[in-house]
Design a protein around this ligand. Structure first.
Ligand code: GRF
Length: 258
């Protein structure tokens, strides 16, 4: 089995999607070996418990970064990890971590890099920047982490169209409209993040990604893609049910009087 670790700091929806790819049998020969998290209250820890994935909390406060990273590296070694995936990890990766896991360390970003990939631009601010700029297409990127934070060889990207409705809401002066636009766009991109990360993991596990300097060459074709889509179907159905419920709840909240 090819063993994956996820490193996360907060909500953990990407971690959950990766675990669900395993549980729905989408992955071939890939398992999630451990979750590493660095905030004791992080929601991601609750998800790991629910799915019975081993999890390790590593305190980062009050320590030098090198010491913290040694502990992370020690845990990855202990769990015999082949690939480490950052998913909402709020720590910058230091040289030793990057060198030990060179081209075995991935991250996901909610835009089409290099757009909106500046240092310090993360979470909802990425989507805000996209709406502010007025782009018509945004998306998600999975890439290998190198020392340059949000640069590093791109593995896969998925475009997502920005809806005119979102641009109109973002441009509105009415209270709450801007936030609603950012939330709508970030949720739609997130749906794609949840599929894209696992695809990159599977491609990596199959040894299909070659790094050439600052680029990658990914060896897969339409047949591979079709087979992946077919295996992913149960996850996609599950995802559709989840978002339908969530949207319903959101609409209820919006309808209810303040
Ligand atoms: C995602 O949008 C990811 O692209 C970014 O941080 C967010 C993490 O979300 N790097 P979650 O914790 O996986 O829900």
């Amino acid at each position: 089995m090819f063993r994956v670790a996820v490193l996360a700091s907060g909500r953990g929806s990407n971690f959950q999607a990766i675990v669900e790819h395993e549980r729905f049998g989408v992955f071939k020969g890939v398992e999630v070996a451990v979750l590493i998290y660095n905030h004791p209250e992080a929601n991601v820890a609750r998800i790991a418990e629910e799915y019975a994935v081993p999890s390790v909390f590593i305190e980062y406060r009050g320590k030098k970064r090198t010491v913290f990273e040694e502990e992370v590296l020690g845990t990855l070694k202990e769990y015999d990890v082949d690939l480490a995936c950052l998913a909402g990890w709020d720590q910058i990766v230091g040289a030793r971590f990057f060198e030990t896991y060179r081209w075995r360390l991935m991250n996901i970003h909610p835009s089409l890099l290099p757009s909106f990939g500046r240092k310090g631009l993360n979470g909802r601010f990425v989507h805000m920047a996209a709406l502010e700029y007025g782009v018509k297409v945004t998306g998600a990127t999975v890439f290998y982490v190198d020392i340059s934070v949000d640069r590093g060889p791109i593995i896969v990207q998925e475009p997502v169209e920005v809806r005119e409705e979102e641009i109109a809401l973002y441009s509105s002066d009415l209270p709450g409209d801007r936030e609603r636009a950012v939330e709508m766009l970030s949720e739609r991109v997130l749906v794609h993040e949840h599929r894209l990360y696992s695809k990159a993991i599977q491609l990596h596990a199959e040894g299909r990604i070659r790094v050439l300097g600052d680029k990658t060459i990914v060896d897969y074709d339409e047949d591979w893609e079709e087979e992946w889509r077919e295996r992913e179907q149960p996850f996609i159905e599950h995802q559709k049910r989840y978002w339908a419920r969530k949207r319903h709840a959101l609409e209820e909240v919006l309808r209810s009087p303040c």
